[in-house]
Ligand binder design. Sequence first.
Ligand SMILES: Nc1ncnc2c1ncn2[C@@H]1O[C@H](COP(=O)(O)OP(=O)(O)OP(=O)(O)O)[C@@H](O)[C@H]1O
Length: 457
Amino acid sequence: MTKILVVEDNQKIHAHMTALLRDEGYDVHGVYSAEEARPHLLAGEPPRLVLLDIRLGGISGLDLIRDMGHTMPPTIVISGEATISEALEALRMGIHDFVEKPFSDERFLCSVRNCLEKIELQEKIRQLEANRSQSQSLLGESPSMRAVMHQIQKVAPTKGRVLITGESGTGKELVASTIHHLSQRRGKPFVKINCAAFPVHLIEDELFGHVKGAFTDARQNKKGLFEESHGGTLFLDEIGDMDYQLQARLLRVLEDGKVRRIGDTHEREVDVRVIAATNQDLRAMIDEQKFREDLYYRLASLPIEVPPLRSRKADIPLLVTYYVSHFCKEHQIRPKRMGDEAMEALQYYNWPGNIRELKNLCERLTIFGGDPIGTEDLPSHIFAEENKEASGLIRISEVKPMSLKAFKNQCEKEFLETMLIRTNWNYVKVAQHLEINRSYLHQKITSLGIQRKKGRS
Ligand SMILES: Nc1ncnc2c1ncn2[C@@H]1O[C@H](COP(=O)(O)OP(=O)(O)OP(=O)(O)O)[C@@H](O)[C@H]1O
């Protein structure tokens, strides 16, 4: 249970705040002075959030924050008599929110929930950064992204070839490198080549290498990427753009496990796991005779489809929070955050450039935007009607045959899960959005078997 400390000397307000919070299911501890608060703050397990009055009998709330310094847990100041300079000082000392007395129950609870949500997101990001064993972790908690991660975990330890499909910028390369890092090959090279980036003779030279004298510019022997990635993984990006003749050569290597450098007479054995990716429809290309069917089946033993960001909008807050914090660090900017309204606008936008677009925008907003980053900082195309789209959940065209009841349940389950993740499991908000009462929401969650993932408070 989330532990909250209430520090308030007014008996009536104290009792009201603690009762409200207990009703919401928090583990509430109440004290009447800063002196009494101190042992709670220094305890082995300090509160996750402190609700602090400024004017207290002895030491003031502001002095308590000052004394505790960086060990002060996240705090919301609740005050009726604070002067503007006191309020500004509290904000400068990094408090999360300032609630003026008298307050409405809704304003009070909303501030508590927002603050806890932010703490949870920040912690998750710190954890992700600490656990990072590769340059970038694959983030996402939406049902479709969890399914991709599940597939990655299944295919990583195998020797199978993987074909990753998905729109540009969805994270195909990141999926490939995650598979490599989770496989037995992780200590060995992960080599990548973009098959669309060079003319065909250069790709051939890059992949297979050459021997001295094989052509005019071949002054020395050169290893190809197959040899370079021996023992590891070779990632062939944009495989749909590979030249048709070259596809035949690639197929031979996949079949025999041997490469021959350009101009060489003998073959060398290589142990390479090939992962390919494309944003094109390879089956359609097979029909148009632009892609070899035999190569397709060699490459696509284990297909993984990475969904576009517009179909997993529940992941947007996590990605945005992560990248804003990442770029603050990278550019040595004081930590800032995305404002609530701006975050909401970003969730309505349909992200044609997927996560690459989101990442680039976060970098720009981190550098140019205010703190918090507001809607006024967002580029106008984010608000254009044609760029907005409701969260695409189930894709009807891909639904397997099932009874109408099972389909309704699946829709409801995905919808509820998405709303719960998007609001950080805030039942009050979800019930409000859905215009149902909380007990009915609880009933639905139980009957549909929706469970919060472990590892979250
Ligand atoms: N799930 C994710 N979590 C965090 N960052 C991500 C995620 N997916 C992608 N990114 C980031 O978005 C950017 C684009 O990802 P990536 O290059 O893997 O996409 P892609 O599908 O391979 O693109 P293309 O088809 O254009 O080659 C990268 O900087 C990557 O680190």
